[in-house]
Design a protein. Structure first.
Length: 735
């Protein structure tokens, strides 16, 4: 009765319905369908230990992880709370609890091949796979999620009526029905009710995430999307509701009480019907306008001859479906979670709003975009597209479809020679899109061969892993003729080469003025620093710019002689005062009155390196290019050695050969980069496995074998652990 009633209430939970509607039945359906089986298999195992029941917990855990690893983690945490309460109630012992935990662990081990490369970042360190600060805001519950007045809105909504009745089960805890709740029964209703209630309250509280004070102290809290646990809480609330009505029905002894019970249940389901809000209707569209526009894009049979399709406007998943049916590759999917290009895509929001169109155009060029859909609100971006050779295919009231008829080329000559590294790099790259943003924020992660591609190395608030190595690398780069610029931010100072960085505030009416030996002439009236303090640079060999605030002179820009070579230093986090950095870090409405002057100053410093400022990569001529399901190949003939970017997403699994010999593959803004020698050669790329992937496969095989062994020796192993435990207790008591 409880199972059937709980199934009905679980299926009508508006949180689950709206999750499926907004995120897709394929994406979320398996999670919602498997969650009850996870609890069911756990209850079976706790009720009676057997090899089959233990293995069922392993298998369901594996299926949940394959469906969604984050969901699986949160559901496992919620279920662990449930099982732990059963342990506290002495319905199970510590060995049963540990065996259940090992079942979950082996379930995770079975799918190591899946989560180890994707979740650990061991395979591709430094590349983000999720925008946690954005996703956490979306997937963190708040009080409105439980507000019955919000049930007709389109947002996430957890049924208050179902939860309220679930909490009423506390009424039956004092006097449970003895004929249905024997104290000898391992999983009697009273124990289940207490365990389900505590796990439900835990899930509801955890779903509030940063809205509760202790959340930040939870391990991995910065990576969790707390509201995901509500799919498990939905199940617990549904079962508790069913338990409440079961207990209510048991207590009906007369015709009147039976009638009242039926009336209460009927009224409840009427309230639930209102609470679920069946009037909330999703607008079903035919997308005729979108399809007709995309059908006008000239295409060839080979998708790689069509270039990529991109869009710059908020649209649903249809925008990634119809181009695919027309044989168009795309710059990203509808949901950018999971792609290493997501930071660039996210920065487009700031760049378009703040009219840093060259940054967007740089990405369009390097991603080989030939057709693009743009919101009519982005007038400056539309002008930039038309100036760059894109012509209008179709215009509608809210959007315009563009096409560039230049030949598709996934192979481009890499001419840019300025590299920016550090936490503040995105703001600088938006202002100076001819800079290449590094794949790591730490200089120590780069090889000498990679750094030799650049004339300028700009360290914008770099993260330090090994200070001694960092200093040695800067010294070597400066000694090899590279221009190295170090800009310290607001988080940490670095006493590089005996400089003396110290914290300074920027008060009102401060000026940045050149010194007598400065190559610069302009004075800049500085805006007061809203962040409080930034690093000034003391003990420089040459000071070119200093901040004057009243009687105080603060060194800001200058250089240090390192073995006869200059290393340039920029203080007061000047790069973070650019309009691009301000809008990126503080929001689109934030402005910087000294941005233009500081941008001009920084560019003058950068110009000392003879940096290449073109954002348009020339195509690299190839022949016989062929594309396969796991790679591609091409031939070329060039008179000079050239670094070539291939517009394919970088991953360490890519391996390249030239004429059969290994060819080093580098990461350049999450695209493939290779150094091709002069002459006529054949190049081949294959997508294979790394040590991380092979380790994951190995762990899956080992976990499977161990699961089989443990399952067939479950009772013997339990007896062995039990005897060891008793021996330890006896020894402790004797002591």
């Amino acid at each position: 009765f409880v199972g059937i009633g709980g199934a009905v209430l679980y299926a009508v939970q508006p949180y689950l319905i709206r999750t499926i509607v907004s995120q897709g039945s394929i994406a979320q359906g398996p999670i919602i369908a498997l969650t009850p089986w996870f609890l069911f298999c756990t209850l079976l195992f706790l009720e009676k230990r057997s090899a089959f029941r233990w293995m069922s917990v392993c298998i369901v855990t594996s299926l949940l992880i394959l469906s969604h690893a984050m969901h699986a983690l949160l559901i496992s945490i919620g279920l662990a709370v449930f099982v732990f309460v059963m342990l506290i109630l002495r319905r199970i012992n510590i060995i049963d609890f540990l065996f259940w935990g090992t079942a979950v662990a082996f379930g995770a081990g079975l799918v190591s091949f899946w989560w180890m490369p994707g979740a650990t970042q061991l395979e591709n360190p430094g590349v983000p796979y999720v925008l946690t600060y954005a996703a956490r805001e979306l997937y963190t519950a708040n009080i409105d999620w439980f507000n019955p007045l919000m049930n007709r809105s389109g947002g996430y909504y957890f049924s208050l009526s179902i939860m309220s009745v679930a909490l009423l089960t506390v009424l039956w805890l004092k006097n449970p029905q003895p004929e249905y709740n024997s104290s000898d029964d391992l999983l009697n209703t009273k124990n289940l009710t207490i365990s389900l209630l505590i796990a439900l309250l835990f899930g509801i509280i955890l779903s509030l995430g940063d809205n509760i004070p202790f959340y930040k102290y939870i391990p991995m809290s910065g990576s969790l999307f707390p509201s995901r646990i509500l799919s498990f809480s939905s199940l617990l609330a549904a079962l508790l509701c069913a338990i409440f009505f079961r207990e209510l029905a048991i207590r009906c002894r007369t015709i009147i009480s039976c009638f009242l019970c039926c009336a209460v249940i009927t009224f409840f389901f009427y309230v639930v019907l209102i609470d679920v809000s069946p009037s909330f209707v999703i607008d079903i569209k035919t997308y005729d306008d979108l399809r007709s526009g995309i059908n006008q894009v000239p295409t060839r049979q080979q998708a790689f001859d069509n270039g990529r399709f991109a869009w710059f406007m908020p649209l649903g998943s249809e925008i990634s479906y119809f181009p695919m049916t027309n044989n168009l590759n795309m710059t990203d999917g509808w949901n950018i979670e999971g792609t290493p290009h997501m930071y660039s895509l996210w920065l487009h929001n700031t760049a378009i709003y703040a009219k840093f169109n060259d940054y967007v155009m740089k990405n369009i060029y390097h991603w080989n975009v030939r057709s693009i859909l743009v919101s009519n609100r982005y007038t400056s971006l539309k002008k930039a597209l038309e100036k760059s050779g894109f012509s209008i295919i179709k215009t509608e009231s809210d959007k315009t479809l563009y096409f560039n008829n230049s030949p598709s080329s996934y192979f481009m000559v890499q001419n840019r020679n300025a590299l920016v590294i550090g936490k503040s790099a995105p703001g600088l790259e938006m202002a100076f899109p001819w800079m290449v943003q590094g794949y790591s924020t730490s200089l120590e992660d780069y090889t000498k061969e990679y750094l030799q591609l650049f004339k300028l190395i700009y360290l914008a608030e770099p993260e330090v892993k090994d200070f001694s190595k960092l200093q040695n690398m800067i010294e070597e780069l400066a000694g090899s003729g590279k221009t190295v610029i170090v800009e310290m931010g607001r988080s940490k100072t670095l006493p590089l080469f005996d400089t003396y960085p110290y914290w300074e505030s920027i008060p009102a009416d401060s000026k940045l003025v050149p010194t007598k030996e400065s190559p610069f002439t302009q004075e800049i009236l500085l805006e007061p620093d809203p962040s409080g303090q930034a690093a000034a640079i003391g003990n420089l060999d040459e000071v070119w710019m200093e901040m004057i605030a009243g009687e105080k002179h603060v060194p800001v820009v200058g250089c240090k002689n390192v073995n006869g070579n200059r290393v340039y230093f920029i203080g007061l986090a000047l790069g973070q005062r650019l309009e691009s950095s301000v809008k990126w870090t503080r929001g689109g409405l934030a402005t910087s009155s000294d941005s233009k002057e500081i941008e001009n100053l920084l560019e003058q410093i950068v110009n000392r390196s003879d940096a290449q400022k073109s954002i348009l990569p020339p195509p690299f001529p190839v022949s016989n290019n062929k594309w396969y399901h796991n790679g591609f190949s091409f031939s070329y003939n060039t008179e000079q050695a050239k670094p070539v970017v291939v517009s394919v997403t970088y991953a360490p699994r890519w391996k390249a050969t030239i004429d059969g010999a290994p060819l080093k593959v580098y990461n350049m803004e999450n695209l493939l980069l290779v150094k091709l020698p002069a002459g006529k050669h054949q190049v081949s790329f294959k997508y294979g496995m790394t040590w991380v992937g092979l380790t994951g496969v190995g762990l899956s095989i080992i976990s499977f074998l161990m699961m089989i062994i443990i399952a067939f020796r479950l009772e013997q192993l339990r007896d062995l652990i039990n005897n060891i435990w008793k021996a330890v207790l006896i020894k402790v008591s004797d002591t």
